[in-house]
Design a protein around this ligand. Structure first.
Ligand code: 1HN
Length: 349
């Protein structure tokens, strides 16, 4: 409810003297500072792969991965254009790496996730270990880890990047460093981390020094198989179908400290119950097609599309065929701060 504040010439004159003292009256801004429910600038939006892929490929003719450092078209939320963000706290982009290219080694305090949208056989190297990437794989580059990408396959690869850039900017905690050479030296064979930490085992005596999962590639074949086996029990969640989060096997917590990542299965003809939560969420469609009704907007999606559901906006998904949806949000941050909320079903506001 808006609080009505008087406006008199005396008040106006008083206000005019405050800025030079570094002061401002709270009562004129209180209702916009503290809203009864979230009033996000984030808008529901969709990036149709058929429309954006040609532009991503065109960027590949105009600039090399090396020249660009990272050749990415940023997915900018229409409610925050020019701000390099898809939600208030998260950045997303579509990155292209062509056969034979290298995206040079660097590190930053921002955490990054890659979700592979198209292609097969390019690699990301993280702190001396390469992983070959396939469609649907979820790959992590932890905060402050050296990483470079390369494509030794004969096809282009495009992935969705998700980074906590706006969040880190807000906290004034950005650090960035370029590695002196193009690639960081390899010290472990490909597949080492998954075998060591991602097989229901942990080396005895292993102690993690970071909150990020030591597994840095969660292959889609395994993720899909997990959901397909769960499917046999028919224990569908009315709001999510079957939805699993990627976890850090050392702690059981989210795989990354600032971003939750999930894969969900909605079987053909499944219609989810209305749902809302405070974590604005980015979805990438891996398989299938359907619609999401987000607030008043209906988004029709199919494979490789990206769409965003803003904080506290009611959403319902309808699956036309068997659908596998990847998603990410800032939920771990909100949970640790005691801020995360959800509302299942349509009641309340
Ligand atoms: C970055 O390092 C990558 O490593 C992608 O692929 C996107 C956006 C802003 C800053 C750093 C990458 C990025 C980025």
């Amino acid at each position: 409810m808006a609080i009505s504040v008087p406006d008199t010439p005396e008040l106006q004159e008083f206000y005019s003297r405050l800025p030079s003292y570094g002061l401002a009256p709270l009562w004129t801004v209180l209702s916009s500072l503290i809203t009864p429910t979230p009033e996000t600038r984030c808008q529901p939006a969709i990036w149709k792969y058929d429309e954006v892929r040609p532009l991503v490929m065109e960027s590949g003719e105009l600039i090399t991965a090396k020249q660009a450092e990272r050749r990415v078209l940023i997915l900018e939320n229409p409610g925050m254009s020019g701000e390099s963000r898809i939600t208030e706290t998260l950045y997303a982009g579509l990155q292209l790496i062509l056969p034979g290219e290298i995206a040079p080694a660097h590190r930053h305090s921002q955490s990054a996730l890659r979700f592979i949208v198209e292609g097969s056989g390019a690699f990301t190297a993280v702190d001396g270990e390469k992983t070959i990437m396939e469609e649907g794989d979820f790959v992590i580059t932890p905060s402050w880890a050296w990483h470079d990408h390369g494509n030794e396959s004969d096809e282009p690869m495009i992935w969705l990047d998700g980074l906590d850039i706006p969040l880190v900017t807000m906290l004034d905690a950005s650090f960035f460093e370029k590695y002196p050479d193009e690639v960081f030296p390899q010290t472990r064979p490909a597949g080492d981390a998954l075998a060591r930490y991602g097989s229901g085992l942990l080396p005895v005596g292993f102690e993690s020094t970071t909150p990020t999962s030591p597994v840095f590639n969660y292959p889609y074949t395994r993720t899909r198989e997990s959901l397909n086996r769960m499917r046999a029990t028919e224990q569908w969640d009315e709001c999510h179908g079957l939805k699993s989060k990627y976890i850090n096997p050392v702690t059981g917590d989210y795989a990354m400290p600032t971003m939750a990542t999930n894969m969900q299965l909605l079987p053909a003809r499944f219609e989810t119950a209305e749902y809302r939560s405070t974590d604005s969420t980015v979805f990438s469609v891996v398989e299938g097609n359907g619609q999401s009704v987000i607030g008043g907007a209906t988004m029709e999606w199919s494979e490789r599309d990206t769409f965003v559901v803003p904080s506290w906006m009611p959403v319902r998904h309808v699956a036309d065929s068997d659908c596998y949806l990847f998603s990410f949000s800032d939920r771990p941050v909100q949970e640790k701060l005691g801020l995360w909320r959800e509302l299942r079903g349509g009641a309340g506001s």
